[in-house]
Each structure stands twice: as C-alpha cells, then as structure tokens.
Design a protein around this ligand. Sequence first.
Ligand SMILES: [Zn+2]
Ligand SMILES: [Zn+2]
Length: 493
Amino acid sequence: MTKTKYCSACAEEDISTFGELYWHRLHQLPGNLICPKHDLWLEHSAVPITHSNKHAFILPTTSNCDLTIGRKANGDFLQQLKEFIHQAEHLLNGRFENQSFSHFTEFYQYHLIEKGFASFKGQVKQKELHIAFYNFYSKELLKSLYIDIGDTQWLANFSRKHRKSFHPYYHLIMLNFLSLNVDSVFRVTSFKNNPFGQPNWPCLNALCPDYKESVIKVVTIRRCEKTKKPIGRFACPTCGFSYTRKGKDQNKDDRYKFTRIMDFGFLWKKALQSLLNDGLSYREIARRLSVDTNTVIKYEKIINSESGSKKEVHKDNDLVNIRRNEWVQLQKEYPNLSKTQLREKRPAVYAFLYRNDSNWLNVNSPERQKVETINNRVNWLERDQEILEKVQKVVEDINNKGGKPKRITVKTLGDRIGERALLENHMDKLSKTKEFIEQVSESERDFRLRRVEFVILEMKEKGEAIKEWKVLKKAAIKAEFYDEVRDIIQSYL
Ligand SMILES: [Zn+2]
Ligand SMILES: [Zn+2]
C-alpha cells in the first residue's frame, strides 16, 4: 500500500518553525522521489495514502515518520527530476489563466520550429523528435513519472494539434525538454516565427521597375540540409526574378541580400536578349547587367533552348526586318488605328513579331489610348471586382477540396470561371484580380515541391515507409527534376 512521503530535513525545519509536522504537497506528487530543497530521497511514512476510513486525517508525527533517516539523493536523472519538480511546484503555487487547445498547439509548434523539430510550415519531424526526446530523458526518470515508455504515440499526438487536454506531467517534461518553463506556456503572445520577418519583401533585380520595392508577398521556406538553417525563396511578380536567402534575418538590411539567384526572370532575360541581339561582347553584356560572363553565357543557352525556333528565326535577321517593315508601313497606312485594330488587319505580321520580337513590337506600336471614358473605367472596375470574387471562390474550392494537389494557373482559373480569354488577354485591366492571381498561382517548380510534400504526408498518414523512389514515382516527378526535390524528401527521412 502506497504510503505518504516526507523529507526528514523538511520535517526538522517544520518542527523548529511551526512546532509540528505537516504533509508537504510537493512531496506527495505521484512519481516524486526527492525533496528538491534538500536533495534527499523522500521517505515513506507509516501512513497509507488511502485509509479504510476516508475521513480519517492522520498527521505526520515523529512516531509515524522516522526522522533519523536522511539519504542523500544521487543518480543520473536527479537534476532533471529536480527541474521537473521545480516546474511542478511553480504550477501548483501560481495562478494561471486557462488557455485553449489552439493556444497550446501554437505554442508547442512555435518552439518545435525554433528548435528545428518541425519545418517552417509546422510539419513535425516525428522521428527526429522521438530520438532526441528519448535521448534526453532516461527511462528510469520517465518510468518514475508514470510516463509510459512503451507508448510512443503520445509524443506524436502532443506535438501535433491538441484536441484534448494532456496530463500536466506531459507538459512539464515537454517544457523541460524544450528548455522552457511554465510561465512561458501561459504567456499570451502571437506565435509567428517567420525567420524572414513579415511580408512584403523587395525585388532585388536592378533592372526591375520594382527594384528594392516591397512587392513580394509570399516566401517559401525550407531548411538547409547541412546547416539546418532556414532558406527562403522569393520571386518578384513584376519581373520574375527569383532569389534565395539563408536565414534567419538578423536585421532589416538582410532583406536586401540574397544568397543565390534562382532565376533572373523574363525581364532580365529580355534585356539580355536585346544586348545579345545588339551584338555586344559577353564581357560588355556582363558589365551592363552586373553579372559575371559565365552567367551571360549560361543564360544565352537557356534563352535559346527555351525558344528553339525563335533562335532560328533570329539568325535570319532578314525575316525579322521584313516583318518590322510591314508593321511600320501598316501604321503609316492607317495612322488612326489602335494596336488591336492593326493586329486585326495583319494578324500574321503581328503574331510573328509578338512571338519573335515582342520588345520591338511594344515600342513600335501605337500607344494605348490613355483617355478612356469614365464609364469604361467604371465598367472595368466592376468587372474586376466581379471576376475577383469568382476567382477567389474557385481558389478556395481548389484548396479546400483536399485530395491530389492541383496547380493553380491563369489557365485553370480562367477555365473554371469560364473566362479564360478575358484573363489571358485583359489581365492588365483587372488589377485586383491580377494581384490576387499572382499571389496564389504557382510555378511548376513550386507545384512539384507541393506534390512531393503531399505524397510524403499521405504516406506517413498511412504508415508507409518513406522511400525516395516511391515518393518520386507517386508524385510523378520527371527524372530531370530529381535533384530539385531531393532535399525536401531528405528532410522527411
Ligand atoms: Zn526537504
Ligand atoms: Zn522585380
């Protein structure tokens, strides 16, 4: 029969302070073995915790507590047990505001991310967490605190969304494991740990009209394989320039730094193309674009491979000149027609130039009519709002639907709302819609990463072992993109 516990040193003190003994609440905590004040093992008195007469109250006395025993506590887990008891004492003595499940969920998620046990999206690395946790605590300690070491599920449940309350012991050992304390868990703060601060972020392409302007609303974050540091990927909606930065940011100026350029974007490529067309040397082009010569050579190749036929045509400068000439003549013939009307007159010429020489075409066409009637503008505003709402609804549906991820593009959205032509041809008149779509649409790369994550999480849920080849197959990743997604798969192994 379990007996009431006492510390003989505390008892001696109680006698001299109060003239009598009392049962210390802290000593009675289930699983507690020590008096943290005196570092003595607790002793068992002669008084059972449960008595046949449940109303009986038996005081500790020198006859049911042997005060001559004082065993110095020692052992590997003593320090951890002491910390645990300290936190428990604090919890018993303090007054704490009740907190919701979602508060605990957010609190632990925040700190698991901080400690590297979860991705920045909050995906917990269960295996790593499990290993670290059971390395941190000895089995004896956990056993003594009645934490069932055979049951590993609790740790997974605890680190995910809290849907029920957990025994305070679970909280206490988790807090100690994460080097936190009881006060911190009850402190009400917002848990936002974006290592790159709050949006928006600047474009870092010197050629972009939005250079150093905060136009990037979304950052995708993953963790560096080697250093475990966060790596943010930013893409400018204006020019397509995309860069990464290793975090976390230490100060405001870090926002204007990048670790690597992932993609120079279409604006930069256009500038490069026109410099190449002008016949400048690689070195001169590199100087003008503030990059090294190798980058110029590399991107020339990329540009050429992106438009195989375009290259052929560009070599044939004569044809370009003929078409340019035709376009100029057409404008002389019809000086009052708009670009669209001219296009209707000679669709083939327009299409050719649009495909092969769009920079020139933009500059050498009638300016868009700046003075629109107020009516017209209002109509577009209304139309914008109407289309925006439809598009938002569709995006919400796609995101809520679950199941296989679907890539969000202008094309898919246009098809879904039955306005594909409008979105593809008049996006510049639908500014709110445009902004929204830019925020939610994904590059093919982002979409690949999302597919991979989806497949991994699905496999985990089903309890399947995560094998790289399996993930690649299920997510339908083509061989040429294996390298790109390997990191993210690794982070789940
Ligand atoms: Zn004591
Ligand atoms: Zn930009």
